[in-house]
Design a protein. Structure first.
Ligand code: ADP
Ligand code: MG
Length: 340
């Protein structure tokens, strides 16, 4: 075999393998970009579970016509400029990979206008083939359309599931996001019908959102926790032990606003519940952990589902102690309650 440099489109398609698993991953990347751009409202239109169309429109700061081509180039980002920035990154994105990856495996159109710009502009990319930037009217903000995901990668397309399933993944992820960002209005439509609307109604997680996302039962049994020590803050809601689940389906953990999975933190929560829950039952919670971004490495995986804490042991113990205390009252003199 001869060693050769791969063409850009193929490089992007390889990266897409890590970042773009299914329509829900595209929705995640596009909505995170909207949030990083300071959007107050994000509209998400879907067709056929997102496979046929994903359109995300925001009222954020927009992309200048002169930067559209750069925005869809690999390793181009406005969010970090140095290793020092990377180590303290506070935005959801920073890898500069999402747009070129998505654009290499779909029919992609980005249209945008910055607030100070007189005109908007648009750029089309077809399966990685980048077109010309042309003027187009657009309100302040950005719209990205992703059609026919994986149309040029049959091997990936084959793994897409039924419309319902793909839509379900998108809804799961949006629910996760809605809990973390009650200040942003989210509207979702599917196949032309409005399917969901999260009003942006406050800085704090409103009870309304909690009810909508997790149900009345959870809300009725939820206890508020909020504790800070050693530069760490843990706040949110945990369910009384009486309300428990057969699976881990109502466990939401955010680190500096980013939804993640973390074995050490889940373990700490589980341990806090150990003597108040029947074996095999799962607690329900929505927890936000906040700490200096320099104490957590978010650059662990391209899809950023995981982080690495610099002082994992300390955080484990902090979470355990905070929740153990909060549950102390329910524990006092009470045997575990029967599975509900
Ligand atoms: P990253 O988010 O890691 O920077 P992306 O490929 O997702 O990489 O986006 C590349 C760049 O395009 C971003 O850094 C940002 O400057 C710009 N961008 C993308 N989406 C938006 C948006 N909705 N609003 C404003 N700028 C955007
Ligand atoms: Mg991004």
């Amino acid at each position: 075999m001869t060693i050769r440099q791969l063409p850009d489109t193929l490089i992007n398609q390889i990266a897409a393998g890590e970042v773009v698993e299914r329509p829900a991953s595209v929705v995640k990347e596009l909505v995170e970009n909207a949030l990083d751009a300071g959007a107050r409202r994000v509209d998400i239109d879907l067709e056929e579970g997102g496979v046929r169309l994903i359109r995300v429109r925001d009222d954020g700061k927009g992309i200048g016509a002169d930067e559209l081509t750069l925005a869809v180039s690999r390793h181009a980002t406005s969010k970090i400029a140095s290793l020092d920035d990377l180590e303290g990154v506070a935005t959801l994105g920073f890898r500069g990979e999402a747009l070129p990856s998505i654009a290499s495996v779909s029919r992609f159109v980005v249209s945008s206008r910055r607030v100070e710009a007189e005109h908007g502009a648009t750029l089309e990319i077809d399966g990685g083939r980048v077109g010309e930037v042309t003027p187009r009217a657009h309100p302040q903000g950005t719209t990205i359309e992703v059609r026919d995901l994986f149309f040029n990668v049959p091997a990936r397309r084959k793994f897409l599931k039924a419309e319902r399933t793909e839509l379900g993944h998108i809804e799961d992820w949006l629910r996760q996001l809605a809990l973390a960002r009650p200040d942003v209005e989210l509207r979702v439509s599917h196949n032309g019908k409005a399917s969901r609307r999260w009003k942006g109604d406050g800085d704090l997680l409103s009870d309304v959102r909690l009810h909508e996302a997790l149900g009345e039962e959870f809300a009725r049994n939820a206890m508020r926790v909020d504790h800070a020590a050693a530069g760490l803050r843990l706040h949110g809601w945990i369910a009384q032990p009486a309300y428990n689940r057969a699976s881990a389906d109502q466990q939401y953990l955010y680190v500096n606003g980013r939804a993640i999975r973390d074995r050490s933190v889940s373990h700490a929560v589980k341990q806090a519940y150990a003597d108040v829950l029947f074996h095999g039952r799962q607690p329900a919670y929505v927890l936000f952990l906040e700490l200096d971004p320099r104490r957590v490495d978010v650059n662990v995986h391209p899809a950023k589902h995981e982080v690495r804490f610099r002082d994992a042991r300390l955080i484990h113990d902090f979470v355990y102690r905070t929740l153990h205390e909060a549950l102390a009252e329910t524990r006092a003199g009470n045997a575990p309650l029967a599975p509900g």
